[in-house]
Write a protein that binds this ligand. Structure first.
Ligand code: 13P
Length: 320
């Protein structure tokens, strides 16, 4: 049973109260169910939309991060997206990432979606689908509307034979990319474009621009919740919020309450792991440290980000 307690009220409380909140969200019925395979975004976001919570999605590279995320999501009985950011794909990524995720996913008693994030071309989409990704995002946010429609429609056609879900972006969530050089301005999503976009593309979920931005904020955002309400009323598919990191908790909660069903986070994970990395480096005496000793600490730091966002999103205890 999902916890009926208002999760929003808990996030500012002490670590002990957070722990109690998590325990209360978990019941024995979660303990024995194992999912036989990766699930699709369409499937878990349907439940999220019906029950007014969001599923958190975390970008990750390498088994260190994949395990850090999955171990904590398992402990929280939270469904989760493992997201591969297309800009981080190199020539051997298609060997390692999906092979590892596919091998471990059915050992975890939680729904897991393997998702390709921000593809701006069709080749990585094809590669992801061929390698068992159950969800892909085509990001046509910087294209004119009709071209965004056309490319998203092609992505939907490619994904259909695989049974995979497709996320698209309408409007533009700006901010800093991985290179952290150029700041791109937001273009808010127009409600009047939503229906046509969904009808013409057949997309399964829609990332909307309501005031968040990727990367580190220069100044705190102010999400346009009235706009989100309009977008949600117009949309027949679940809405996605990119740029979750650094967004004030009350605004994330308001976004989830008003239709956001997937919450994307990356920068917070990177910052948390980096801070812990520097702390470990400063405190380690041994000249040949045991890798597991520091890797497990990085996973704990990442796990804490997973937990904070799962609580905010209301996904704790939703894996049934
Ligand atoms: P942040 O890095 O700002 O959390 O954004 C992540 C994201 O939206 C990935 O698609």
């Amino acid at each position: 049973m999902p916890c009926s307690m208002p999760f929003g009220d808990m996030v500012n409380e002490s670590a002990l109260e957070k722990e109690q909140f998590v325990v209360e969200c978990l019941t024995e019925e979660h303990s024995s169910h194992f999912y036989p395979m990766l699930t699709t975004a369409k499937e878990i976001l349907k439940d999220a939309r019906e029950k007014h919570y969001a599923v958190p999605g975390f970008n990750c590279v390498a088994d260190v991060m994949i395990r850090g995320i999955l171990d904590r999501a398992e402990r929280l009985h939270s469904p989760v997206f493992l997201m591969l950011y297309t800009a981080e794909v190199d020539d051997k990524t298609w060997w390692y990432y999906p092979t590892l995720v596919r091998a471990v996913a059915d050992r975890y008693p939680i729904p897991i979606v393997m998702h390709l994030d921000h593809a701006v071309e069709l080749d990585p989409i094809r590669a992801a689908l061929d390698n068992g990704f159950t969800s892909v995002m085509y990001d046509g946010s910087s294209l004119p509307f009709d071209q965004n429609v056309e490319m998203t429609r092609k992505t939907v056609e490619l994904a259909q034979p695989y049974g995979a879900s497709v996320e698209a972006e309408l409007g533009l969530v700006g901010g800093f990319g991985l290179e952290a050089k150029n700041c791109v301005s937001n273009v808010l999503t127009q409600p009047e474009e939503v229906v046509t976009f969904i009808e013409r593309t057949g997309v399964d979920s829609l990332a909307v621009s309501i005031g968040t931005a990727h990367g580190t904020y220069q100044q705190l955002p102010k999400l346009d919740i009235p706009l989100l309400k309009e977008l949600n009323a117009a949309s027949t598919v679940p809405l996605v919020l990119h740029g979750g990191s650094g967004t004030p908790e009350d605004q994330i909660r308001a976004a989830v309450e008003n239709g956001i069903c997937k919450l994307n986070v990356y920068t917070d994970s990177r910052v948390a792991m980096w801070k812990r990395f520097k702390k470990i480096a400063a405190e380690t005496q041994r000249s040949e440290p045991i890798p597991h000793d520091y890797i497990s600490q990085l996973q704990e730091a990442l796990g804490d980000v997973v937990e904070e966002n799962a609580i905010l999103a209301g996904s704790v205890g939703r894996a049934k």
